[in-house]
Design a binder for this molecule. Structure first.
Ligand SMILES: NC(=O)c1ccc[n+]([C@@H]2O[C@H](COP(=O)([O-])OP(=O)(O)OC[C@H]3O[C@@H](n4cnc5c(N)ncnc54)[C@H](O)[C@@H]3O)[C@@H](O)[C@H]2O)c1
Length: 249
């Protein structure tokens, strides 16, 4: 079923929307009545995802989430084109090559801090400004089980994802009175553009630690749909683990 702009009752912005998980979340949330603003560094990838959302009002915007002004501009697109912002999905993320701490460069740290942490800070801040005026909303951050458990060779990734989990909790506490819910999803490993960068032997060892094996982006999308919708109205500050049992032991 398709929606026209006049029938839009929910506006969702997804960052990292050209990637494996962002695209799956966009497709899952593209229900009748929902309009989407899809953001990524990759314009061709964005067009591919938008093209798969037949009948859903969609805008695409090339955005570097490390740049606060670009994130503000994307939120402004949601407001100007569709009349508001109800759900903000801060999903863009990067991982640097595997390395122990003494081999990491300043650039490895800078990139992951800029995208994984400051990207979420920028998205959360921009969304809060709009949602406060509107009387509420739902912010969903993509963290990782790497933010809850220690992965060797991935210190910046683990540290930035742990920071996202804690940022989520602080924002939840600060804005609950204004009916802005802030939660994160902590995925285990699934195949995507990001996991393709991890050495295959490391991936095999990682898969052995997932009792249900690796997941797919679609296995995660339901958690985002839950947090985006009214069924989660009493859920805030949560870090929802969806990991095929990885973090259970
Ligand atoms: N793949 C996994 O196993 C896994 C596990 C846990 C968490 N995650 C998290 O899931 C999220 C999505 O990752 P994915 O697995 O779909 O990877 P992906 O590489 O397929 O997608 C990430 C997307 O983010 C975009 N991006 C990167 N830097 C950006 C920037 N500065 N501004 C805007 N967009 C940018 C990329 O272009 C890409 O489209 C990330 O936050 C990642 O850390 C992934």
């Amino acid at each position: 079923m398709s929606s026209s702009i006049s029938e839009v009752t929910r506006v969702v912005l997804v960052t990292g929307a050209a990637g494996g998980l962002g695209a799956a979340v966009a497709r899952r949330l593209a229900e009748p009545g929902t309009a989407l603003v899809l953001c990524d560094l990759d314009p061709a990838g964005l067009e591919t995802v938008a093209g798969s959302l037949d009948g859903t009002p969609v805008r695409t915007q090339v955005v570097d989430v490390g740049d606060a002004a670009q994130v503000d501009a994307a939120v402004a697109t949601a407001v100007e084109e569709f009349g508001g912002l109800h759900v903000m999905v801060n999903n863009a993320g990067v991982i640097a090559p595997n390395a122990r701490l003494h081999n990491l460069t300043a650039a490895d740290w800078d990139l992951q801090l800029r995208v994984n942490l400051m990207g979420v800070v920028h998205g959360t801040t921009a969304a809060i400004r709009v949602m406060r005026k509107a009387g509420g909303g739902s912010i969903i951050n993509t963290a990782s089980v790497a933010g809850l458990t220690a992965w060797a060779y991935a210190a910046p990734y683990c540290a930035t994802k742990a920071a996202v989990v804690h940022l989520t909790k602080v924002a939840a506490v600060e804005y609950a009175k204004e009916r802005i819910r802030v939660n994160c999803v902590c995925p285990g490993t699934f195949e995507s553009g990001m996991s393709a960068k991890i050495p295959r032997e490391a991936m095999a060892a990682m898969e052995a630690k997932h009792p249900l094996g690796f997941g797919t982006p679609e296995d995660l999308a339901g958690a985002f749909a839950y947090l985006a919708g009214d069924e989660s109205r009493w859920t805030t500050g949560a870090a929802i683990v969806v990991d095929g049992g990885y973090a259970a032991p």
